[in-house]
Each structure stands twice: as structure tokens, then as C-alpha cells.
Design a protein around this ligand. Sequence first.
Ligand SMILES: Cc1cc2nc3c(=O)[nH]c(=O)nc-3n(C[C@H](O)[C@H](O)[C@H](O)COP(=O)(O)OP(=O)(O)OC[C@H]3O[C@@H](n4cnc5c(N)ncnc54)[C@H](O)[C@@H]3O)c2cc1C
Length: 102
Amino acid sequence: MKQRIDAQLAMIGHAGAKWDMDWSSVYSARALTLPDYVHGRVLFTGDAAHMLPIFGVRGANTAFQDAQSLAWHLAFVLKGPGRAGAAGQPQRRARGRGARDH
Ligand SMILES: Cc1cc2nc3c(=O)[nH]c(=O)nc-3n(C[C@H](O)[C@H](O)[C@H](O)COP(=O)(O)OP(=O)(O)OC[C@H]3O[C@@H](n4cnc5c(N)ncnc54)[C@H](O)[C@@H]3O)c2cc1C
């Protein structure tokens, strides 16, 4: 692994840079989504609702989309007519599935 990291550093212009390994792990690319993001009073968002491979840089982006969507849906439920159970689930699930299947 040291050779590979040194090769990467050299490739980006940092040949011979000193470094120590703090932590390493095996990354498994997975595309998963919960069938339902709302379980009673518990709302699942981000990686807890849908996990996407890091290739394509969508995980954090969809997590932000979840938060943004939930914010106005919850405000709508609290301040206006709406069903608390919906909480933006159809749109968020469609986005999660779309990103997973992309
Ligand atoms: C190597 C790598 C590169 C990535 N690059 C990108 C990228 O370029 N662009 C992009 O959009 N996405 C990227 N992602 C994906 C992105 O990091 C995740 O999709 C995003 O962080 C998910 O946010 P989240 O808030 O749902 O979950 P997390 O960021 O995992 O946050 C969950 C938090 O909950 C805490 N927690 C867990 N259990 C408990 C508990 N019992 N009590 C209290 N706290 C708890 C955890 O410590 C953590 O801080 C990358 C992921 C990886 C691994």
C-alpha cells in the first residue's frame, strides 16, 4: 500500500513527501435504499436512507437535497395543511432510487 500511495503522491507532484498511516479500511461500493424513509416519527435521510457509491459524488449532495426537502415539507406540516406521514417521502424515495439506478 505504501508503494501505491507514494506513486499517487508522485503523480500529483509530491514525490518523496513524508507521511504516516493513521487509519485504513476497505471501501465497499454499495447502492442501497430503504423501502421506506418514514417509520412512525423517525425520518431517515442521507446515507441512513440511501447509500451510493462514492464514484459520481452524489452521497452528500442527495443528503443535502433530503435536508432541504424535509425542511419545507415539515414546515408545511407544522404551519399548513398536510400529512405528517408524507414528509417529502415520495420525492426523496424517487431521487434515492434514481441515484441508485443511475
Ligand atoms: C471516501 C468518500 C468520498 C466521498 N466523496 C463524496 C463527494 O465528493 N461528494 C458527495 O456528494 N459525497 C461524497 N461521499 C459521500 C458522503 O460523504 C456521504 O454521502 C455523506 O457524508 C452522508 O451524510 P450523512 O449526514 O447522511 O451521514 P454521515 O456523514 O455518515 O453522518 C452521520 C453522522 O452520525 C454520527 N453517528 C452515527 N451513529 C451515531 C449515534 N448512534 N449517535 C450519534 N451520532 C451518530 C456519525 O458519527 C456521523 O457523524 C463520499 C464518501 C466517502 C466515504
